[in-house]
Design a protein around this ligand. Structure first.
Ligand code: HEM
Length: 151
């Protein structure tokens, strides 16, 4: 009987620990939205790209990372920022249109990095990533809520 109780306690403890670990990455996310998911994809790819853009031996992989960023940016065009809900109804269409412009600018900057990589200009590609950072910064300043509202 005691052994059964011990086994049950151990099982509960194991389940609790497993759950904490399963939830851990999600807790780091601020924007639990479909758009946040696309942004997280861009973020992971951009981080990897920054680490290897200067290395010509990684160009094939770097071009794949560019593709990931572009795909996520295009997918983001179909999703509205959470901040739209804070904008007066009459201004929302303009807000979304200008958000699309921000994403198009990002795609354009990423295209420049792609062209540099294809030309094997790795120093140029690494430098052009500053423009990608600038597009991100500008996009977040205008279209990201300061803090996500609690549901
Ligand atoms: C490569 C460039 C970019 C990267 C790496 C990036 C990364 C991120 C990350 C990590 C988040 C937080 C996601 C989360 O907490 O779950 C985020 C959120 C967000 N980003 Fe970006 N971002 C980029 C460019 C842009 C651009 C250009 C715009 C707008 C034109 C934009 C608009 C937003 C918005 C609106 C959110 C909040 C999500 C929501 O409202 O649901 N981002 N981004």
């Amino acid at each position: 009987m005691k052994i059964r109780l011990l086994l049950a306690t151990l099982t509960c403890a194991l389940v609790a620990v497993t759950n904490v670990h399963a939830q851990a990455p999600a807790q780091k996310r601020q924007f639990e939205t479909p758009l946040g998911d696309q942004m997280a994809k861009m973020s992971d790819a951009l981080k990897a790209l920054k680490g290897q853009a200067a290395d010509a031996s990684k160009n094939a992989d770097s071009l794949k990372l560019i593709g990931t960023i572009r795909d996520a940016a295009n997918a983001s065009m179909k999703l509205d920022p959470a901040k739209k809900a804070d904008i007066p109804a009459a201004d929302q269409a303009k807000f979304v249109e200008s958000y699309h412009e921000g994403l198009k600018n990002l795609v354009a900057q990423v295209g420049k990095v792609e062209a540099a990589l294809k030309a094997n200009d790795n120093a140029g590609a690494a430098k052009l990533l500053d423009e990608v950072d600038a597009a991100q910064k500008a996009g977040h300043k205008e279209y990201k809520q300061k803090k996500q509202k609690k549901a």
